[in-house]
Design a protein around this ligand. Sequence first.
Ligand SMILES: [Zn+2]
Length: 349
Amino acid sequence: MIRKIFSPVALSVSAMVLLMSGCSDDTTASSSVSQASKPAEVAPVATPAPVAEAPKTVEADEFAYKVEPKKVADNVWCFFGALEMPTRENGGEMANNCFIKGDDSYVVWDTGPSYVYAKQAYAAMAKEAGELPVKYVIISHEHDDHWFGNSYYKDVHGAEIIGPEAINLDFEIGSTDHRMFDILSEDALGDTKVIHVDKFYKEITDLNLAGIDLQYVPVGNAHSKEDFFLWMPSNKLILAGDIVMNGRVTSNRDGSVEGSIAALETINAKDWEVLIPGHGFIIDKTATDEYVEYFTMMRDRIEAAMDEGIDETGIVEAVPMVEFKDKPLYEALHGLNVSRAYQEYDMGL
Ligand SMILES: [Zn+2]
């Protein structure tokens, strides 16, 4: 059952404004405003007081990520990545991840593309909401833009890592033949290492971590081999991982159209008001609309094309879904998504 949304445009614009407004209230901007508003007569005679140097989030020899936490709910902040493929220039900073502040530590949802990213995100978070340790990390799925920061939280914080078993099955400890190692520069990777998750679950699991009640929900093969989302009932919040994206075309390279539609129904059956997609900036009640539309349209049009006898050689041309052609990554990913979906309907992946 898909939620019907009241006034989606107004809501999604307000969510965008909330997320895009970070620059105007960062510490640099507000301190220059307070300087400017000091009485003019004080300035010429007073020796400027030494300004305490803010703790560094970026070391001189590190790639400078644009980590800027945005508060999305009580005790929850997220970092939003670019609507791009991972590149050397963006340091792989294109997925969203979040911090939940508990009694004595943070719970981190997804850890980004590298050790250096995770280190800088934590430093920015510590500045924003306090220097608590990270005792728990929870991972949405096995794609490396979402968890290659795990080794930072294990090495520095001793965090327990909860995630899909698929990571342990598909990634050898210490291996480096993975996308991020090929793309990112040394100063972005830093001490990035493949490590395994400490705990994995196969059933819906209620957790109480650092005093926070959370539900970790497996949805099987939706966007990847094994996807999960996290539900925080007290905040009516869902951290969706890549089961939901918006503002760009998804990558369905190892996903399932039917699995995605079913996972979206599971999410929309929960009581939520705010949803953080794995990629994208729309977090209000309209957050899943675009993805539901993309996958239901793809299913319907592929089935119609197959009924007309179109086979794998003609399917990409037959299902262009021009409604999405202006979205970022359409050119790079849509054709591949259709090919993959055709295999699903033709052979039942
Ligand atoms: Zn993914």
